[in-house]
Design a protein around this ligand. Structure first.
Ligand code: PDD
Length: 289
């Protein structure tokens, strides 16, 4: 395995040297948060935005941040360099810390920070970006604070499993007929030239990719509706795509689980994909190696 170094507190150590305490609240309660950042050409993309969200997630759960934003960013960069990641992802996690099991948490605990990288060939994501993916519609059974990037992902993983069982790469979730988001992505539809996605409230994670897509759409003067839409709207959409750090902008070509629907990969999706790629090149070439 190439990515053999991991982050533990503020140290970069060999993977085998890391041991997690079984009384870590992340392990016992899923009591913690995380971020996934993509690395292009050895440089993390949208690192500031990811750590700003990380800090917001920490504040919402009263988790204690052991370092400032700058230190988190530097440690992430060190981990990327140490593992010589050319393209791939960095995962950074912070749990509330270690204590004898008790639902009640203390506010002065020492958080436990861990992280790893995974090298990925860009060809693997390029394929689904050009050919699109199949999705499966399923009920959103998650809690009501999906805006927090918490380690509690049971609803998400159950949805993903169900999608895979129907030969789909992603689940699209709905709450009482209102489409929220994917199991690990945000969902956009296009109807009559208007781009629409669920508003960034407590029912979805405000994806960094989602925010970049909205900025690109604004720049291109594409009309945008940040308003919730129904399963019927999803079925009647001209184009559908999902966004995430690891999937970028991926077209949806099929929706199973309701009345099955197929979609074409539309011109607006392609236009946004192109601009997104350009943004990656601009931002990585602007950063020093
Ligand atoms: N997931 N919604 C959910 C539930 C997610 O888990 C993710 C990302 C997104 C998209 O967010 P972003 O654009 O910031 O990646 C939306 C990451 C990639 C993961 O858990 O692996």
């Amino acid at each position: 395995m190439g990515d053999s170094y991991v982050l533990y507190h503020d140290q970069i150590i060999k993977n085998g040297a890391l041991s997690v305490d079984f009384e870590d609240r992340g392990y016992l309660f899923g009591d913690g948060i995380y971020e996934v950042v993509f690395v292009y050409d050895q440089k993390p993309f949208a690192l500031n935005e990811h750590f700003e969200r990380f800090i917001q997630s920490a504040a919402k759960l009263e988790l204690v941040l052991p370092y400032d934003l700058q230190t988190f960013k530097e440690l992430t960069q060190q981990l990327i360099s140490k593992n010589k990641v050319h393209d791939g992802m960095v995962y950074i996690q912070m749990t509330r810390g270690v204590a004898p099991r008790n639902h009640l948490y203390e506010r002065d605990m020492q958080s436990v920070v861990t992280g790893f990288t995974k090298s990925v060939s860009l060809n693997t994501i390029a394929e689904s970006q050009s050919n699109g993916v199949q999705t499966y519609l399923t009920e959103d059974i998650r809690w009501l604070r999906c805006d927090i990037k918490s380690l509690n992902l049971l609803g998400n993983v159950m949805a993903k499993r169900k999608a895979a069982d129907f030969d789909c790469q992603e689940a699209i979730q709905h709450r009482d007929g209102t489409v929220t988001e994917g199991s690990s992505s945000n969902v956009f539809i296009v109807k009559n030239g208007v781009l629409q996605t669920h508003p960034a409230n407590n029912l979805i994670l405000n994806g960094i990719t989602r925010q970049i897509v909205l900025k690109i759409a604004d720049k291109l003067q594409i009309p945008v509706l940040e308003e919730s839409f129904s399963v019927d709207d999803l079925l009647r959409a001209d184009e559908v795509f999902i966004t995430s750090t690891t999937m970028e902008i991926t077209p949806v070509i099929k929706l199973k689980g309701a009345s099955d629907q197929t979609y074409k990969i539309g011109s607006l999706t392609k236009q946004l994909q192109k601009q997104f790629k350009e943004q990656i090149v601009t931002s990585t070439s602007a950063m020093k190696s």
